[in-house]
Design a protein around this ligand. Structure first.
Ligand SMILES: C[S@@+](CC[C@H](N)C(=O)[O-])C[C@H]1O[C@@H](n2cnc3c(N)ncnc32)[C@H](O)[C@@H]1O
Length: 287
């Protein structure tokens, strides 16, 4: 399996299935993205970075005539094809290898809606991606996007705390773990180099009007989770789990020191998480 499929199917929730709150959270996002696409019966939708089809299968359920799953992961396209077959909806689905910033596989004005969920965060050429979404939409067609705004709270997560857990007296140790992640994803990484205002401007520059952006920023207590689950989760396909990063960066004594301080906080839900996500909808003007 390529790294995208491995992460999406095996690593994003740690070793097991999603926790009930994670599954519920994904359903809320799927419904809101599809509401924003305002699909009418018989619509043709392009889900960019479709993964295992969270948004795309939701569109099928809502009566889309055809849904094109596009992704750069052939393994995920094959996985989604298998799911479509088992759901008996293969005749309404198409699977196309394409990167968000190059949709030349698709004709101009050929879709009623384009959706993404957590895809542009991986795309370096976001401007080209928005231009492509505009090109493949028919006049009057809509984009409906959901993207995490990882820049929000980044300083708090890294400089002020250890991922939201206060471990001030362990800074020497935690800095070594942070360094593992910073080397893989510096501030210039596509995951961190934009916020909701950039998305809005890119959509405007591509020609969308009207455009709406909703930012949802939250400071909350994270749920209490088991230590084993916590250390086994990789936040995205490009980075190691905490257990892997600790093994890479810390001596045995340092790992024990960090574990003895962090584990009780994690298992008691004793942190504060800072996070933000943006929903963007827009239309390709009819004139
Ligand atoms: C976090 S997953 C989201 C999957 C799906 N949209 C969902 O809602 O569950 C990110 C997806 O984006 C895909 N991806 C990453 N870079 C991409 C690119 N440049 N163009 C298109 N898809 C991309 C990955 O293969 C993966 O399927």
């Amino acid at each position: 399996m390529d790294r995208w499929a491995k992460w999406l199917l095996e690593r994003r929730f740690g070793a097991g299935p999603p926790q009930p709150d994670q599954a519920a959270g994904l359903s809320v996002i799927r419904d809101r993205v599809l509401d924003g696409a305002r699909l009418e019966d018989g619509a043709r939708l392009l889900d960019v970075g479709a993964g295992d089809g969270l948004i795309a299968f939701g569109a099928i359920e809502r009566g889309a005539r055809e849904v094109v799953f596009s992704d750069i992961s052939d393994d995920l396209l094959e996985h989604a094809r298998g799911l479509a077959a088992s759901l008996g909806v293969l005749d309404r689905c198409a699977f196309v290898h394409a990167s968000a910033d190059d949709l030349s596989a698709f004709e101009e004005s050929s879709f009623d809606a384009v959706t993404t969920r957590s895809v542009l965060i991986y795309v370096e050429r976001k401007r080209e991606a928005l231009d492509e979404f505009h090109r493949v939409l028919r006049p009057g067609g809509r984009i409906s996007l959901f993207e995490p705004i990882n820049r929000f709270g980044a300083r708090y997560r890294v400089e002020e705390t250890f991922w939201g857990y206060a471990l001030d007296d362990l800074q020497e140790v935690t800095a070594k773990v942070h360094a593992v992640y910073a080397a893989l994803q510096p501030d210039t990484d596509p995951m961190l180099d934009f916020d909701e205002r950039d998305l809005l401007e890119l959509a405007r520059d591509a020609g969308f009007l009207p455009i709406e952006v909703d930012l949802n920023a939250q400071l909350v207590r994270p749920p209490a989770v088991s230590w084993d689950l916590f250390v086994s989760i990789a936040g995205n396909p490009m980075i190691p789990s905490l257990a892997e990063a600790m093994n890479e960066a810390l001596s045995l004594a340092e790992r024990e020191q960090l574990t003895s301080r962090l584990r009780p906080l994690v298992e008691a839900g004793g942190g504060v998480s800072h996070s933000a996500v943006a929903y963007l909808t827009g239309a390709r003007p009819t004139q």
